[in-house]
Design a binder for this molecule. Structure first.
Ligand SMILES: Cc1cc2nc3c(=O)[nH]c(=O)nc-3n(C[C@H](O)[C@H](O)[C@H](O)COP(=O)(O)OP(=O)(O)OC[C@H]3O[C@@H](n4cnc5c(N)ncnc54)[C@H](O)[C@@H]3O)c2cc1C
Length: 125
């Protein structure tokens, strides 16, 4: 598939989103599935209008709750590289540090809950 528009290269006019897509370094996650859906909708509107689809910028964030007050996370940003492949941008995003103090773990647990409420509202209304 074309990683700019998520249009299938096997079946023109069909766009493949979410876990079914194979998009370079972009991980399969609920966050990216939500992101891909929006970028693909924008690309389809552009294609209908005969204009160039916007260059996609994808974000992934995954939180894991290890305990009620103990959260960890991974985040990254992806853009098309010169070969048309979605690749991670160096320096954007990051991982929870291994030696984070309890306050940071507890803050990340709160961020995880906030992320969940936000993505659920955004996806399902
Ligand atoms: C244990 C686990 C933990 C995860 N944790 C996270 C996380 O913390 N953060 C995160 O962002 N992502 C997480 N993910 C990944 C996330 O769940 C998926 O990436 C996301 O659900 C993909 O969405 P989707 O709509 O592409 O596919 P799905 O959510 O798999 O939806 C596909 C739907 O199609 C239906 N279907 C399949 N075949 C047919 C058919 N022939 N006819 C009709 N319907 C059909 C299925 O029943 C399903 O409802 C996790 C996944 C797992 C398994």
């Amino acid at each position: 598939m074309d990683q700019h528009t998520f249009e299938s290269t096997l079946v023109p006019g069909i766009h493949v989103i979410g876990d079914s897509s194979v998009a370079g370094a972009l991980p399969k996650s609920g966050h990216t599935a939500n992101n891909i859906g929006k970028m693909t909708a924008a690309a389809i509107v552009s294609l209908f209008r005969g204009t160039k689809p916007p260059l996609p910028s994808h974000v992934n964030t995954c939180y894991s709750l290890v305990g009620p007050e103990y959260g960890i996370s991974v985040a990254a940003v992806y853009r098309l590289d010169k070969d048309g492949q979605l690749a991670g941008i160096k320096g954007a995003g990051g991982l929870s540090p291994m030696e984070a103090p309890p306050l940071q773990r507890s803050q990340e647990a709160g961020f995880a809950q906030g992320w969940y409420e936000s993505i659920t509202a955004d996806s399902f209304g």
